[in-house]
Ligand binder design. Structure first.
Ligand code: UDP
Length: 249
């Protein structure tokens, strides 16, 4: 088990060194504060339900820094996120949440699964953002799910569903503006939400090129995980390029 090395010196908590959860691209560690966990970003990149998998050295740090930057931006705009602080070299200290099993997506431009399912044209600009929720389940392959399903399955109540919708719309406006100033179009993105111990809803997980479609404003070229999905060879360079634009040199 790898524990981020500068942790003990940089943080005023003792790591219990136990893994709460390990996913395809992140590991969550317990800390001695039951309300906080450490989220370490791995160098792994996966697509197609994990069937395609590679290691991109440095990607974990890049994604952790991009995610931290974008969470800080949302926090400054008074959105509730799980983010507390960045931890060298590749982790974030975050609020421990009970995650809601939904992937909430917001689309500004039609692409990806949307154009496969419905008669939108590839790269068609949507006049209003389209919000879609997917049920996070490997068994059911993350199906599209509507508000009635969410309520009937008790995944979230009506108030929480509306709160997630309002939050992703606000996050969309903030992220779009910030990214456009860096010559990046936010075609679409995904957020995950969770509840803290008091039941309050926060944005969780990550906001990175793994979870957003980020296109160069001039060329419309992908600066995100689609490069990997398509089997292009320059994945590392693309992640470095998006890192430079969002975080800086
Ligand atoms: N997305 C994600 N995780 C997933 C599925 C989608 O982060 O498991 C993101 C994806 O990167 C894109 C948005 O959600 O920014 C919409 O994805 P879409 O439904 O088009 O699915 P995809 O084409 O990525 O399978």
């Amino acid at each position: 088990m790898f524990i981020p090395n500068l942790l003990a010196s940089e943080c005023n908590f003792m790591l219990q060194k136990s893994i709460l959860y390990e996913g395809k691209t992140k590991i969550a560690y317990l800390t001695d504060d039951p309300e906080k966990i450490l989220l370490e970003f791995k160098d792994d990149i996966t697509a197609f339900d994990g069937k395609k998998h590679e290691i991109i050295p440095g990607k974990g740090r890049t994604n952790a820094l991009i995610s931290a930057k974008l969470f800080e931006l949302l926090e400054k705009s008074n959105l509730n996120t799980h983010y507390l602080n960045f931890v060298e070299p590749n982790a974030m200290l975050v609020r421990k949440l009970d995650m809601i099993r939904l992937e909430v997506t917001c689309r500004n431009i039609a692409t990806g699964s949307l154009v496969k399912r419905l008669p939108f044209k590839e790269k068609q600009v949507l006049n209003n953002p389209i919000i879609e929720c997917y049920y996070k389940s490997d068994e059911y392959h993350d199906p599209l799910i509507n508000d009635d399903h969410i309520k009937a399955l008790k995944i979230a109540n009506e108030f929480e569903t509306e709160q997630m919708r309002e939050t992703i719309l606000k996050a969309n406006s903030i992220l779009q503006k910030f990214l456009l100033e860096r010559k990046i179009i936010l075609a679409d993105f995904k957020l995950e939400f969770g509840r803290d111990s008091k039941g309050q809803i926060f944005i969780g997980d990550e906001i990175s090129p793994d979870s957003c479609r980020l296109w160069d404003k001039t060329t419309l070229k992908s600066l995100d995980k689609d490069v990997f999905r398509r089997g292009e060879l320059n994945v590392k360079e693309i992640y470095q390029e998006i890192f430079r634009r969002i975080v800086g040199a």
